[in-house]
Ligand binder design. Structure first.
Ligand SMILES: NC(=O)c1ccc[n+]([C@@H]2O[C@H](COP(=O)([O-])OP(=O)(O)OC[C@H]3O[C@@H](n4cnc5c(N)ncnc54)[C@H](OP(=O)(O)O)[C@@H]3O)[C@@H](O)[C@H]2O)c1
Length: 335
């Protein structure tokens, strides 16, 4: 079978290769074998391969923070899934044709749902949902503000907020995104700039905004804070600018703005199995009914992993980059 592997940390499209290895073999009593149908290339994967992420794997390593596939074999003690079930992979190392994992490292998802969307279920929809609900109590009509609004997480936030009648100010770095983000339910879309707070106040009718969701860090945090009401929260979950989060002391001391961080890898292990199942069950339901959806720019075969990675690393994309390691999916994965 084929796997993606990197033997040194460095530019992801240079240090990563598709290599042939032995099949995973027979599962142990508590294991399952999954034939991987699709996986996305996320910023976390690129950071990990570059050696710039919080988790540094032992080399040689297989990248891959998420993926979806079908169970082909189960050990004799496994009862939560059966051959033929579709599952998402809850662990790492997923850029492969086959995975052999413990039975509790997979979550069953429904058939008849867009496979490519399910491949992106584990990280971004859950991140969006938890950041929307775990920091400030927002009611219908309330506002939030987010940056990097064109990201996968950003799309999920727009759609989830819209479904709860929460209004969103969406900050982007190029004007071409105003129309497509408005089309999926964004209330306000603004290009970042020094006068962002004044434009936000005007577009949101001077509403008291209590939640900012930030993936960029750097000095945009100060501009976001200037858009917020006193005592509000900024949740930082990404490091897209590569710069530290910056706030002025008048924002933290006199206005009581709180800056905190969100990391799904820390939050999920604290949740009960029932809560995790319920979270992903309702998010998969939203994918099934079409209310959660992230655009896809292109899918690649696993052999073209370097081209796929280079594509995923480019700015100005219209959607995510995915890989279908066992060949093109029927009807482009919408089965
Ligand atoms: N903490 C967590 O648990 C967690 C979970 C999920 C994701 N994340 C993080 O969330 C971020 C988004 O992930 P994703 O998978 O949603 O990303 P994605 O779909 O691959 O999209 C990346 C987006 O980032 C924008 N971007 C890149 N560099 C930027 C910069 N310097 N300033 C402003 N915008 C920038 C791009 O804008 P253009 O369209 O203009 O190129 C693009 O819209 C990443 O940092 C990721 O690591 C964190």
């Amino acid at each position: 079978m084929k796997i993606v592997q990197f033997t040194s940390f460095g530019p992801p499209h240079e240090v990563t290769d598709c290599v042939e290895v032995d099949d995973v073999g027979v599962p142990l009593d508590d294991e399952v074998v999954v034939e991987v149908e699709a996986f996305p290339i996320n910023p976390v994967d690129l950071l990990t391969i570059a050696g710039d992420y919080a988790i540094k794997p032992v080399l040689p390593a297989i990248p891959g923070s998420e993926g979806v596939g079908c169970i082909t074999r189960v050990g004799i003690d496994v009862s939560n899934v059966a051959p033929g079930d579709r599952v998402i992979l809850m662990g790492r190392d997923n850029w492969v044709q086959q995975r052999k994992v413990k039975h509790h490292q997979v979550l069953k998802v429904p058939h008849g749902v867009d496979v490519l969307q399910l491949a992106m279920l584990k990280i971004n929809p859950a991140t969006a949902w938890l950041m929307l609900h775990d920091y400030e109590t927002l009611n219908p009509g309330d506002w939030l503000i987010q940056d990097a609004a064109n990201s996968g997480v950003g799309h999920n936030i727009i759609r989830l907020a819209k479904a709860s009648a929460i209004r969103t100010v969406n900050v982007v770095r190029r004007a071409a995104l105003i129309e497509p983000l408005t089309a999926i339910g964004a209330d306000v879309v603004l290009v970042d700039g020094d006068d962002l707070p004044a434009r936000v106040k005007s577009a949101a009718d001077n509403a008291a905004i209590r939640l900012a969701i930030d993936a960029v860090a750097g000095d945009i945090c100060m501009r976001l804070a200037d858009c917020l009401t006193d005592g509000a929260t900024i949740v930082n979950y990404g490091l897209l600018s590569g710069k530290p989060c910056m706030l002025r002391s008048d924002q933290t001391i006199f206005r009581g703005i709180t800056l905190t961080g969100f990391w799904l890898a820390k939050v999920l292990p604290k949740m009960s199995f029932d809560d995790i199942t319920a979270l992903y069950g309702q998010l998969a339901g939203r994918i099934a009914d079409g209310s959660l959806h992230v655009d896809i720019e292109k899918t690649y075969p696993i052999e073209d992993i370097r081209t796929a990675i280079a594509h995923a690393g480019r700015s100005g994309r219209s959607g995510k980059i995915l890989v279908t390691p066992n060949g093109v999916l029927p009807a482009q994965g919408h089965a």
